[in-house]
Design a binder for this molecule. Sequence first.
Ligand code: G6P
Ligand code: MG
Length: 216
Amino acid sequence: MISAVIFDLDGVIVSTDEYHFRAWQELAKDLGVPFSREDNSRQRGVSRMESLEVLLEKSERSYTRDEKLALAEKKNMVYRELLAQLSPEEILPGAMEFAEESRKMGLKIAVGSSSRNTPFILKKIGLTDYFDAVADGNDIQRSKPDPQVFLIAAERLHTPPEKCLVIEDADAGVEAAKAGGMSALAVGAAKEHPNADIRAESLDGLRVAEIMGLLS
Ligand code: G6P
Ligand code: MG
């Protein structure tokens, strides 16, 4: 019996994907490294430093740890500038309806995101105090597909993992949910993930009651 829903942030609650892409693309251009949408899709759900490693796979030179930290910081500055224009209008269709219906059904709701920009993004979209708990990139040592961020969210909700449903748009996120012993609803880019318990195009039009029925 599910008693809590943990939402991934980027790509589930809000559409920041294009901003991440543009910021990484700018860095790649500076470094003279080719960077495609396909490379970008491998960065979904994983930490900033691991995302940088994806980009640097095509680089001809190697970088020291300090240089990598500086490159990640540079990308983040560009990303934060792009996020300045973020508003509640960029909340993805169906996300708020799903959260509201979850609440009405007595389920607890949380955010579980690898992003260290989570507090900033939640503020920009007006949801800072909306969730019962938030666990994000600032809380973790291991990013998805490790389940750490979701396990922290579950703990903050005082809910055992097997009673949590995770909503994810990243393959790494679906794998993290399952590794943590949780149910997974895969949407968007992860919608075909074989390990997901339920797959859907997006949250738009999904009814929580129906999803719970499919899981019981
Ligand atoms: C999310 C995104 C990833 C991103 C990660 C870290 O999981 O899907 O693409 O790399 O957050 O984001 P940050 O905002 O901390 O750079
Ligand atoms: Mg995501």
